[in-house]
Ligand binder design. Sequence first.
Ligand SMILES: Nc1c(C(=O)O)ncn1[C@@H]1O[C@H](COP(=O)(O)O)[C@@H](O)[C@H]1O
Length: 162
Amino acid sequence: MKPQVGIIMGSVSDWETMKYACESLEQLEIPYEKRVVSAHRTPDLLFEYAESAKERDLKVIIAGAGGAAHLPGMTAAKTIVPVIGVPIQSKALNGMDSLLSIVQMPGGVPVATVAIGKAGAVNAGLFAAQILAAFDSKIADRLEALRDETREKVLQSSEQLK
Ligand SMILES: Nc1c(C(=O)O)ncn1[C@@H]1O[C@H](COP(=O)(O)O)[C@@H](O)[C@H]1O
């Protein structure tokens, strides 16, 4: 099936985190593609990817990067397809560098930034699904069911305290 979401990451070393965004999409049966693309190391490839995203019918791009994390912002600079940025937890600065590089976009070129690391990647997938759900009732139904499941799990975990 044609991918609706593009998942890109600055390095293959980001996969340990970005795989959770993929899992969220798989859980909701949303077709996606995944690539390593770097603003710093493969700038021409990034431009090509971002510039062709709309005509390839990608609805959302999830971009994960660590350290000087310019990938999400540079992707957003070259397309109007919405970009969700995932700050990878870097070793030197624990992901604060990634977070601040992604979140502080200048007005006019938005990137929706999620939390650092695994929880952020999970939510990036879910948020992409929620964008798609505005136009796709099947995805909306699956999201509702997932929320029910999450709520039930929490209610049951509370029972264990008694
Ligand atoms: N932040 C960026 C960009 C970019 O923003 O273009 N390209 C690679 N990277 C990041 O460099 C970190 C270390 O990469 P290596 O593990 O390959 O040395 C990764 O977290 C990657 O996202």
